[in-house]
Design a protein around this ligand. Structure first.
Ligand code: FAD
Length: 445
C-alpha cells in the first residue's frame, strides 16, 4: 500500500484552489489533512482574540467539508517543526505538501522542515496559493523590490495574468485510521469569561461556503457602486472579504478570476494589489510590525504614554464622534471600515502622539482580519514611516472626514449615538504639536 500524503493547511482553510491538496490527490495515495496551532516557535506572533474566534469556526467548517469528501482534519498543537515530524512518524507518510507563507519565522520553519523531511526521503513540495505573484518575481529594472505602489502594480499587471483557480476535489481518499487529533474545543480559542464574541457571531459566518456566497453577492450586487461608495462607511459598499482572504477561505486567484469577469472592477482589483504590495513589503522587510521602514522615524520624539488616552481611544471614548464610532464598530464586530481605520489611526498617532505600534497591537488583537502584513503595513502608511506612505504632515481631520464621508451622520449614529461629546484633546493644538515633533524626523532624514 502507498504511504499517505500529508496536506498541511495553514492560512488556506479551503478546498477550492488549493494547489497543495491538488498535488496530494495527484500522488494517488490516501490523504491526511492537518492543521497545527503553533504558538511556540521562535518569532511566531500569537494570534489576537478576534482572530482566534475566527480560526475556531473556520477549522470546524473545514473539517465538515473534508468529512463530506471522505477525509477529516487532524488538529495538533505545538512547535510546527516538531509536530510535523511527529505526525510523519506516526502515519508513515511519504509526502508532505503545503502552500507557501511569506513571513520570516514561517519561512524559516518551512525551509527547515523541507530539508529535514527530504533528508529522510520524503517528497516535500510547496506551492503558490496565497498571493497572486510570488514576492521574488516582481522586481524593478535594477532587480530590487518596489517601494512605491503605482509602479509596483504596473509591473504586476505586465506579468503573465494570475493562473486560473483549481476546482475543488469531488471526493478525497482519506486514510482509514487518521492520526490522533485534538478537539477544537481543547484549544480554548473562544472567549469564555467574559464571552465578548456576541457581536462577532451576529456579524460573521466563517468558513469557505459562506466566503463563496459573500464573493458572489458582492460581485452581483455591490461591485458596480464600489468605486463611488467605497469610502462611505455607512454604505456597506465594500466586499467584506478581508477575513476570508486573511484565512484563505478564498484564494486571491479565485477572487481575481471572478472579479475580472465583471466590468468596472479595476479599482477593486487594485485593492487586491495593495494586499500584494503589503505582503511583498513584509517579505523584503520582515520586521514591518515592529520597526519603522524609514529609519529616520526612529528619531520621532514620542512623549511619555498617557494610558488614559490610549484607553479612551481603544474603547471609543475620545469625544470625537467618527473616531469613537470606528473604535466601537471594531470592538463589537471585529471589523472597521477602511476610511475609518485611517482616521482612527491618524488620531492615535498624530493627535494623541501615541506610537503607531500600540495601535497596531490593538488592531491585531481585535480585528478578525488581523493580517501579518496588511495591518503593520497600513499602520506605517498612516504614520508616514512606511512604504509609499501618506506624508506625516497629512493629519486627517476627523471632523472634516465625517462631513465628507458620513455627511448625514448615519455611521456615527449607528455606532456611537451616546459617545461623549467633549474631545479629550484639542484637534488644532495637537496637530501643531505633531508637526513640531515631525521636524525632528526631518532633521534626522
Ligand atoms: P475591500 O475594499 O472590498 O477590498 C478588497 C480586499 O482588498 C480586502 O479584503 C483586502 O484584502 C484588500 N485591501 C483593501 N484595502 C487594503 C489596504 N489598504 N491594504 C492592504 N489590503 C487591502 N486589512 C486587512 O486585511 N488586515 C488588517 O489587519 C488590516 N489592518 C489595517 C490597519 C489600518 C490602520 C488601515 C488603515 C487599514 C488596514 N487594513 C487591513 C486594510 C483595509 O482597511 C481592509 O483590508 C479593508 O477595510 C477590508 O474591508 P473589505 O474586505 O470590505 O475591503
Amino acid at each position: 500500500m502507498t504511504s499517505p500524503s500529508i496536506v498541511w493547511f495553514r492560512d488556506d482553510l479551503r478546498l477550492a484552489d488549493h494547489p497543495a491538496l491538488r498535488a496530494a490527490m495527484d500522488r494517488d495515495a490516501p490523504v491526511i489533512a492537518m492543521f497545527v496551532l503553533d504558538e511556540e516557535s521562535p518569532g511566531i506572533r500569537p494570534l489576537g482574540g478576534a482572530a482566534k474566534w475566527w480560526l475556531h469556526h473556520s477549522l470546524l467548517s473545514l473539517d465538515e467539508r473534508l468529512r463530506d469528501k471522505g477525509a477529516r482534519l487532524v488538529l495538533r498543537r505545538g512547535p510546527a517543526e516538531r509536530v510535523v515530524h511527529e505526525v510523519v512518524a506516526e502515519s508513515g507518510a511519504g509526502a508532505v505538501y503545503w502552500n507557501r507563507r511569506y513571513g520570516r519565522p514561517e519561512r524559516e520553519i518551512d525551509a527547515a522542515l523541507k530539508s529535514s523531511l527530504r533528508d529522510q526521503g520524503l517528497t516535500v513540495e510547496s506551492f503558490a496559493g496565497s498571493l497572486l505573484h510570488e514576492p521574488w518575481t516582481v522586481t524593478t529594472g535594477s532587480g530590487t523590490h518596489y517601494s512605491v505602489f503605482t509602479p509596483f502594480w504596473r509591473a504586476c499587471r505586465a506579468l503573465p495574468a494570475p493562473r486560473a483557480p483549481l476546482p475543488e476535489p469531488r471526493e478525497l481518499d482519506g486514510v482509514a485510521r487518521p492520526p490522533r487529533s485534538d478537539a477544537p474545543g481543547d484549544w480554548e480559542l473562544l472567549p469564555t469569561t467574559p464571552d465578548w464574541a456576541g457581536g462577532l457571531r451576529d456579524t460573521w459566518e466563517p468558513g469557505e461556503p459562506a466566503a463563496r456566497r459573500r464573493l458572489r453577492h458582492f460581485l452581483d450586487h455591490d461591485l458596480p457602486a464600489y468605486d463611488a461608495a467605497r469610502d462611505a462607511p455607512a454604505a456597506g459598499a465594500t466586499s467584506l472579504l478581508s477575513p476570508r482572504l486573511r484565512w484563505g477561505e478564498l484564494s486571491p486567484f479565485t477572487v481575481w478570476a471572478e472579479a475580472t469577469r465583471v466590468e468596472g472592477s479595476a479599482r477593486f482589483l487594485s485593492e487586491l494589489g495593495w494586499r500584494e504590495f503589503a505582503w511583498h513589503t513584509l517579505y523584503h522587510f520582515p520586521d514591518l510590525a515592529t520597526k519603522n521602514l524609514r529609519p529616520e522615524f526612529d528619531a520621532f520624539p514620542w512623549p511619555g504614554l498617557d494610558p488614559r488616552q490610549l484607553d479612551a481611544w481603544q474603547h471609543g471614548e475620545t469625544g470625537i464622534p467618527l473616531v469613537d464610532a470606528g473604535m466601537r464598530e471594531l470592538w463589537h464586530t471585529g471589523y472597521m471600515h477602511n476610511r475609518v481605520r485611517m482616521v482612527t489611526a491618524s488620531f492615535l498617532i498624530k493627535n494623541l502622539l501615541i506610537d503607531w505600534r500600540l495601535g497596531e497591537e490593538w488592531f491585531w488583537d481585535t480585528l478578525v482580519d488581523a493580517d501579518g502584513a496588511n495591518n503593520a503595513f497600513n499602520w506605517q502608511w498612516v504614520a508616514g514611516s512606511g512604504a509609499d506612505a501618506a506624508p506625516y504632515f497629512r493629519v486627517f481631520n476627523p471632523e472634516l472626514q465625517a462631513k465628507k464621508f458620513d455627511g448625514d451622520g448615519e455611521y456615527v449614529a449607528r455606532w456611537a449615538p451616546d459617545a461623549p461629546t467633549a474631545p479629550i484633546v484639542d484637534l488644532a493644538e495637537t496637530r501643531k504639536a505633531a508637526l513640531a515633533a515631525y521636524d525632528e524626523v526631518k532633521r534626522a532624514g
